[in-house]
Design a protein around this ligand. Structure first.
Ligand code: ADQ
Length: 750
């Protein structure tokens, strides 16, 4: 019996047939979907079913050759007549669903009933084509808004088939979606699938609200009950073929092309835009923000050039032809006003370029503008990051692109706010190299971590599971005072051997969006340096961060460093890190893979690796979703806490799983023993992990809690600036020289 396969189904095949001057050829299809699925299709045992483009002008003699070519690419064509293309594709898919799902309701075609009929018929045609190639055991994966009725049509015909559906564009707020006269049919069509996937949690959330509002169907635990069967909903942010882009970016010819593009720009920075010609991509507003920047900063006319590459698409839809005229007029106006004899600020090129040229442009750009009004994901943003081996270039990204939920180190803009967008472009052009690199390094790690192959594999794994639990089992599964401060300072000033033990994040610096962005500032360096120079005083930085991280930022200072909550320690001036215990815990690989799965399913979250444990951060995840995922993860981890050497800590938007007993209190204990009981401590910390050191200090010093959370110590410093002000008072020698008031307040009852 033949092996089961994956049937990929999309409106377009990955190649489009073109007939010019009587000659027929198959060229790669444009657009994000074809680009993203091409790699997984090449590596999997799959058959791709879709429209091959206009084949009506193919000469009879060329047909067998074309069929052979498609078969060799494992493509099964679904031919569509020109009338079907006009009504189903241009009329309904791109004239009604596309603008509505992107919140551009004024672009929705008014007279669409005949188009709707064609939409139904073509969806049936696709279902028939799938059925004709289906073999029991195959998994069917249907893509995008053009085919939303196919899952239900197929479910009727193939009740046992495993069917998945993925929406590549946004699913709008239910208030916008319910404008659609055919809302019921579309929702019911999608619900024929066992698994329905979206790029972001917010699209899934809107879809859930639409099910409730339109069909009165509640979603519980990401699951919808449909009589005796159920459908699962999931978040699967699409990635790019990162290895392919990285390889292209490493090619000497591509790098030489990038060098020549840069040389052609002279001293000017290059701002780049790469888009399909589409009113959702925010091209007009992008040009207007460039004009706004020039109006505010006329001197900048010689400092940059903006190159916009636009690949034509959907040329038969009126709104697209009108857009091109509008863009031409605007670019002409800007160039006429701001151009000089030798330079023009705006260069628009209406053409698709080769992969190699595209990568060279990504590499040559100083600033990449990806500012759609709405975008399901946006792959250009990811491609740009993948191509930047040099860790240069700034990504300016619309907050209305699905990619913004993941690419959190980009400079975000609201494309409707032209003034702020102009300011962000200026900020990008002026960004210091260190910040560019730090942001790009993180962006690259995200793009590499979740590429198109992993995306497809993750969806298919979830689809297989969803197919296995299609039928509902028996029961439905449901889901401070000044006087006190003076006393403290007096006490500390009396300590003969003072050990100042300081936590970093949340204590000395406020929390940043990601750990890499919580960079120490010159004022902190000089404070630590001055504290270390104080007689009879040792300064210890005791953080949850890794050795490399602490070494990179604080290695040059004469202070003691303790990484991973004190599991690793290093004396002032030494490079010799010593561990508290030997070997990584046995459970580490299993817990790591559990967290990797959770991270894959939670866009914006990330894993921090430690030699002694692992941390899952969800600060940048959409809040509701982050809490849901964190609660589910804690539930799963409860089973693990029976192990004697494992403990789970709930941090600030982070869950840490670490080896039990390797905590900050151990460092205090060791320092006390090493000093033969002479050491006295001043400890500052902000979170649960600092409580261990507070407890260990006991009567041997003073513990101060920084920030709003609960603590065992009765003293609280309001925030990192107050913590630094307190340390400066200590340096100044006493409370008499000090002015700020009320930084210390008794902590609240726990
Ligand atoms: P698209 O709307 O097509 O995709 P996008 O994700 O940006 O948008 O993909 C465009 C693709 O075309 C990229 O791979 C890019 O490299 C390529 N491209 C654009 N201009 C080009 C040019 N001038 N020359 C050569 N290549 C060019 C839809 C959704 C998106 C979603 C994808 C995938 O609208 O939101 O990210 O599907 O799910």
């Amino acid at each position: 019996m033949p092996e089961p396969r994956i049937l990929l189904v999309s409106n377009r095949l990955p190649v489009t047939v073109k007939t010019e001057h009587g000659k027929t050829k198959a060229v790669p299809s444009p657009g994000g979907l074809a680009t993203a699925l091409r790699g997984p299709h090449e590596q999997a045992d799959s058959l791709w079913i879709g429209w091959p483009g206009d084949t009506s002008r193919v000469e009879p003699a060329d047909r067998p050759g074309l069929e052979r070519q498609l078969a060799s690419l494992r493509c099964h064509p679904v031919p569509l007549s020109p009338t079907e293309v006009a009504h189903f594709y241009d009329g309904f898919s791109n004239g009604v669903l596309w603008p509505l799902y992107h919140y551009l309701t004024d672009k929705v075609e008014r007279e669409a009933w005949s188009n709707w009929r064609a939409y139904v018929e073509v969806n049936q045609k696709f279902a028939e084509a799938i059925q004709s190639r289906y073999r029991p055991g195959d998994m069917i994966w249907i893509h995008d808004y053009q085919l939303s009725l196919v899952p239900a049509i197929l479910r009727n015909r193939l009740p046992e088939a495993t069917i998945g559906f993925f929406l590549h564009i946004p699913f709008p707020s239910s208030e916008v979606f319910r404008i659609l006269p055919w809302r019921t049919e579309i929702l019911q069509g999608m619900l024929g699938a066992d698994l329905i996937g979206f790029h972001t949690y917010s699209y899934l959330h809107h879809f859930s609200r639409a099910l409730l509002h339109v069909l009165d169907l509640p979603v519980a635990d990401g699951m919808v009950r449909l009589g005796h069967r159920q459908a699962l909903l999931g978040v699967f942010p699409i990635g790019i073929d990162a290895p392919e882009f990285e390889a292209l970016a490493a090619e000497p010819a591509v790098q030489e092309d990038a060098r020549q593009i840069r040389a052609g720009n002279g001293p000017r920075q290059m701002i780049l835009g790469v888009d399909r010609l589409d009113y959702t991509k925010g091209l007009t507003r992008r040009l207007m923000s460039i004009e706004r920047l020039l109006e505010r900063e006329p001197a900048w006319r010689d400092r940059f050039r903006y190159v916009q590459l636009i690949v034509p698409s959907r040329e038969k839809v009126d709104a697209y032809a009108a857009l091109r005229r509008e863009l031409d007029e605007l670019a002409g106006r800007i160039n006429a006003t701001w151009g000089t004899i030798s330079s023009l600020p705006v260069h628009s090129l209406y053409r698709g370029v080769s992969r190699e040229r595209l990568v060279a442009l990504y590499q040559a750009a100083d600033v990449m503008l990806v500012t759609p009004l709405r975008d399901g994901m946006n792959l250009v943003a990811k491609e740009f990051a993948a191509c930047r081996h040099d860790e240069g270039g700034v990504l300016v990204l619309s907050e209305f692109a699905g990619a913004a939920a993941e690419l959190v180190e980009a400079l975000t803009v609201n494309p409707y706010d032209l003034d702020r967008m102009a300011l962000q472009i200026k900020r990008a052009l002026q960004m210091p190299d260190a910040e560019r690199q730090s942001r790009m390094r993180s962006l690259r790690a995200r793009v590499r971590g979740f590429d198109a192959h992993l995306w497809a594999a993750t969806f298919l794994e979830a689809l297989r599971a969803a197919g296995g639990q299609r039928l509902v089992p028996g029961a439905a599964p449901q889901v401070s005072d000044e006087a006190e401060l003076e006393k403290i300072l007096e006490r500390i000033l009396g300590f003969a051997h003072l050990h100042v033990v300081l936590d970093y994040d949340g204590t000395l610096v406020p929390f940043a969006d990601t750990p890499d962005l919580a960079i120490p500032d010159p004022d902190l360096f000089s404070l630590l340096q001055e504290l270390a120079a104080r007689p009879q005083t040792q300064i210890h930085l005791l953080s949850g961060r890794t050795r490399a991280g602490l070494e990179r930022w604080f290695g040059h200072l004469p202070i003691f460093l303790h990484a991973e909550h004190g599991f690793w320690s290093r004396a002032a001036g030494s490079r010799d890190w010593r561990p508290l215990m030997a070997g990584p815990p046995a459970w580490l690989p299993r817990i790591r893979s559990l967290l990797e799965k959770v991270t894959r399913e939670t866009p914006g979250s990330m894993i921090e690796e430690k030699s002694n444990g692992v941390v899952w951060h969800y600060r940048l995840v959409e809040p509701d979703f982050g809490h849901l995922r964190a609660a589910a993860l804690l539930q799963t981890l409860r089973k693990e806490t029976a192990q004697p050497d494992l403990e789970v800590l709930e941090g600030e938007k982070a869950i840490e799983i670490r080896r039990k007993g390797a905590h900050k209190g151990m460092v205090i204990q060791r320092l006390f023993e090493e000093s033969a009981g002479a050491a006295q401590f001043l400890a500052l910390g902000d979170d649960r992990t600092d409580e261990d050191m507070f407890q260990a200090i006991g009567a041997h010093g003073v513990a101060l809690h920084v920030g709003p959370g609960p603590s065992m110590t009765p003293y609280r410093l309001e925030n990192p600036p107050a913590a630094r002000a307190f340390l400066r008072r200590l340096l100044a020698g006493g409370p008499r020289n000090v002015h700020p008031k009320q930084e210390v307040s008794p902590t609240h009852e726990r």
